[in-house]
Design a protein around this ligand. Structure first.
Ligand code: AMP
Length: 634
């Protein structure tokens, strides 16, 4: 076995030979002609000239060897459903969905927006898009009509696939009215809306536009839809992420590079074998759901559990019960979920037979030491592997690659640079590389980004270059916008974002997006939103607003009512995921003399820290107001 250091070095120094080998892990209809075309940096074209299909690699390719083995295990503790689809059954369902989408006018390259709860049909829809060369754009079911409308206008989908409702803690969460509102708000109108009726909430169908999956599926039971062989660089999907502006970016992913990257990651990082079961507790609305609920495990020939429900219903043992029942070998979750479980009876961790489980992977937000220790002890020393990545990269940037060489973990660190990623720590002012141990810098990646990472921002190459590749002075490098340090053994530690993005329960939110939503309240003149440390969710959003009519500022009851109203505005526009923990009202916001909002000072005050140098502040009383407001809760 090669040492990880050698494996990594080769991936950088002998890039094309390395990735040409990894490309063998998937099926190609036509083999690639070029491994990496980087003639137009920073745009990388991986495996150009090759043709393949994601759905073929995830489903069809396994039919011969494991057609009757489980592929998709759908479990809903919300509706008490449990359905196992073998690879053969999944193949049939996906073809039905593909035929229905084609019947509704979807062609290769068209977009299909998927706004769905965690149900099997969402998986069919994603794979069906891949099968026919359509580009899916999954929008997290927790987003409300405003967010959805922005994404509809950006993706311009031919068809939207949705459902009557999701369900949360046993209560239906209707989707259809939000979707109708969003379509009304959006300039672009889809040709059709395909709806899964779960019988959870009434739906009013729009004549000529809305179609029911149940009936169309029946009409296509024997559908045979061959895979469309697409170029390796053909976009497979877009997925929107928040950034520093109010407008979310459509991260565009390719086909061939993504399939190769995921196949390799299953082998070297997640160490999952064909025929075993993978359980990721994420949601298909997030990147982890794309890569490690749907594509990664299936490409690797594994069964994947798709779970609708909370970690604590019917009780805090449900996930471990599933591990026992389905002999899960690889589990993937987020630190927030573990912090939720930590509040449950620890006996749940020993109640079930977890002998099948090899490793628990955690990602999405910093893994704090107490949480890591608690779960590691609870799982009797089974390895807990933190890994660090972004929607943009689609698979880990930092991790330990036990599939290459058994590598110890260190508390507080997501590990070392993953093969293929030429990770550098840079001085944010000069762009100079920081090569010494334990120096703080911006985590950057030298191009080309490895296979599977974003190709560009959907329909906005300039934004891709300007946002990601232009923030470090004097260098064309990809910025992660995270601060980090690297110790003498090559382990990285993440120190937080360099921009105004916050991370609530592992979900990335742009403070600007929340500010824009709050500003739409008629009585809000100006607002600042900051991320504040929280024991359960990692961070929460706190809002401080200046009112147009400040007449009632002294009336606590009126302010509480207004706070509720503002929160409703956020719920209605972005969704409850983006709702700030508190909205407080002030007469002025702390700014520099040049008018720049002093977010970091506000954040420091909210966290009870020293706000640092305030000599540039225009009006010191502004920060004092915030201090007075937050003082009782610090
Ligand atoms: P998202 O694209 O929503 O997955 O958010 C990516 C961001 O989440 C990163 O840029 C980091 O700020 C943070 N993040 C993801 N994984 C980790 C991790 N393992 N440790 C610390 N921060 C993380």
């Amino acid at each position: 076995m090669a040492s990880y250091a050698d494996f990594y070095r080769r991936s950088i120094d002998d890039r094309d030979a390395f990735w040409a080998e990894q490309a063998q892990l998937i099926d190609w209809q036509t083999p690639p002609q070029t491994v990496c075309d980087y003639s137009n940096p920073p745009f990388a074209r991986w495996f150009a000239g090759g043709t393949t299909n994601l759905c073929h690699n995830a489903v069809d390719r396994h039919l011969a060897e494991r057609g009757d083995q489980p592929a998709l295990i759908f479990v809903s503790t919300e509706t008490d459903q449990e359905t196992i689809y073998t690879f053969r059954q999944l193949h049939a369902e996906v073809q039905r969905m593909a035929a229905v989408l084609q019947g509704l006018g979807v062609k290769k390259g068209d977009r299909v927006l998927i706004y769905m709860p965690m149900i099997a049909e969402a998986c069919f829809a994603m794979l069906a898009c891949a099968r026919i060369g359509a580009i899916h754009s999954v929008v997290f079911g927790g987003f409300a009509s405003g967010s959805l409308a922005t994404r509809i206008d950006d993706a311009e989908p031919t068809v939207i696939v949705s459902a009557d409702a999701g369900s949360r803690a046993g209560k239906p969460v209707p989707y259809k009215h939000l979707l109708d509102e969003a379509i009304q708000l959006a300039k672009h109108k889809p040709k059709a809306v395909l709806l899964v009726d779960r019988g959870l909430a009434p739906m009013k169908l729009v004549e000529g536009r809305d179609q029911l999956w149940g009936a169309l599926r029946e009409a296509n039971l024997n559908a045979q839809v061959p895979c469309e062989w697409v170029d390796a660089t053909h976009p497979s999907y877009t997925l929107y992420t928040s950034g520093t502006t109010g407008k979310p970016k459509g991260v565009q992913r390719d086909t061939g590079g993504y399939a190769v990257a995921l196949a390799a990651s299953m082998r070297y990082i997640y160490c999952g074998n064909p025929g075993e079961t993978f359980f990721s507790t994420s949601d298909i609305g997030w990147v982890v759901g794309h890569s490690y609920i749907i594509y990664g495990p299936l490409i690797g020939g594994m069964a994947t559990i798709m779970y609708e429900g909370t970690p604590v219903r019917p009780d805090g043992g449900i996930w471990w019960q599933l591990v026992e029942k389905y002999k899960v070998t690889v589990m993937f979750s987020a630190p927030t979920a573990v912090r939720v479980l930590k509040k449950q009876d620890p006996a749940y961790l020993t109640k079930y037979d977890l002998s099948s489980l090899r490793t628990l992977f955690l990602a999405g937000e910093p893994l704090d030491e107490p949480t890591a220790k608690w779960i590691s002890e609870g799982l009797k020393g089974k390895p807990i592997v933190d890994n660090y990545w972004q929607t943009e990269t689609g698979w880990p940037i930092l991790a330990v690659c036990n599939g290459v060489e058994p590598t110890p973990t260190k508390f507080g660190s997501p590990g070392k640079a993953v093969y293929g990623y030429n990770v550098k720590l840079l001085d944010d002012q000069t762009g100079a590389e920081l090569t010494g141990a334990n120096q703080k810098g911006v985590i950057a990646i030298e191009g080309p980004l490895p296979p599977g990472c974003m190709q560009t921002v959907w329909r906005d190459d300039a934004r891709f270059v300007n946002t990601y590749w232009s923030s470090v002075p004097n260098k064309l490098v990809y910025s992660t916008f995270d601060w980090g340090i690297r110790d003498e053994d090559g382990y990285y530690f993440i120190l937080g974002r360099t921009d105004d993005v916050i991370n609530v329960a592992g979900h990335r939110l742009g403070t600007r997006e929340i500010e824009e939503a709050i500003s739409s309240h008629p009585n809000v003149a100006e607002v600042a939103v900051v991320g504040v440390a929280d024991q359960l969710k990692g961070q929460v959003a706190m809002a401080f607003a200046v009112l147009k009519d400040a007449g009632q500022l002294d009336d606590p009851a009126a302010m509480l009512k207004l706070e509720g109203e503002v929160m409703k505005v956020v719920d209605g526009s972005l969704g409850a995921v983006a709702r700030p923990e508190r909205v407080r009202f002030v007469t002025v916001l702390p700014k520099t003399r040049s008018g720049k909002l002093l977010r970091r000072a506000v954040q420091a005050v909210c966290e009870g820290r020293d706000p640092g140098d305030l000599t540039t502040m225009e009006d010191p009383a502004a920060l004092q107001q915030i201090k007075d407001l937050v003082a009782p809760v610090v």
